[in-house]
Design a protein around this ligand. Sequence first.
Ligand code: ZN
Length: 277
Amino acid sequence: MRILISADMEGATGVTWPADVTPGTEQWQRCRAMFTSDVNAAVSGFFAGGATEVLVNEAHATMRNLLLERLDERAAMITGRHKDLSMVEGLQRGDVDGVAFLGYHSGAGAEGVLAHTYLPNSVTGVWLEGEPADEGRLNSYVAAEYGAPVLLVTGDDRACIDAAAYAPDAHTVAVKQYVSRYAALCRPPGATAADISEAAEAAAAEAGRIEPEHRGPLTVEVEVDAAHLAGAAALVPGVEAVGPRRVRYTSPTAFEMIRCFKAVTTLIGNAVEADYG
Ligand SMILES: [Zn+2]
């Protein structure tokens, strides 16, 4: 049984503040240990449930946050960024029997701790096939296309509510309760690790290849907070402005959908200017 863990940081235990997830800060150094603890808890739960291989793919910012030296020695990890499938790199590296979204969070414009979609700000909403789409929903389409079910989602309670909509069969663990975008009611890593391990072990029982789902064509809309950012996004061939701050594109596959999304957000991020955005 081969499991892929896509590990994002905003939804990790104890994380509530921009500096907590900003590489180089003192707070980030501290939070890396709690993030690694969440991942190790999932790794041990999956192995207890029968996994034979667990691959961890770093999915936050520069994708160099987890402490390899503290990673469960049975797991392997893809660290660093610039990868074909970004947050869900690894799906294409052999058949995966199940995916876990660890440390996930609500999407741009929604209520949730450190809510955002790819970019920390500037994007104010994303819709996939007309449904509000957080990163979990976008990545779940890619996983389905590669024949891998989403088995486990962890994050704040809002991320778990989102998961219930896009992956109703997945187990969820709320490691913190939303108070505001920058505050949460938190539990210590020892307590959340026990819950994550238990959920991962139970989720492993549902692992197994599914028939690859080809749900395309897939239409995505992205709303931004300034008109010039929509203009930047529309530089991508096939992406059209449908309003002063909104663009739309349609992709034949989830693979192309997520890659176009990456291109769009990269160009938007590149067009953000200091102070005025
Ligand atoms: Zn994220």
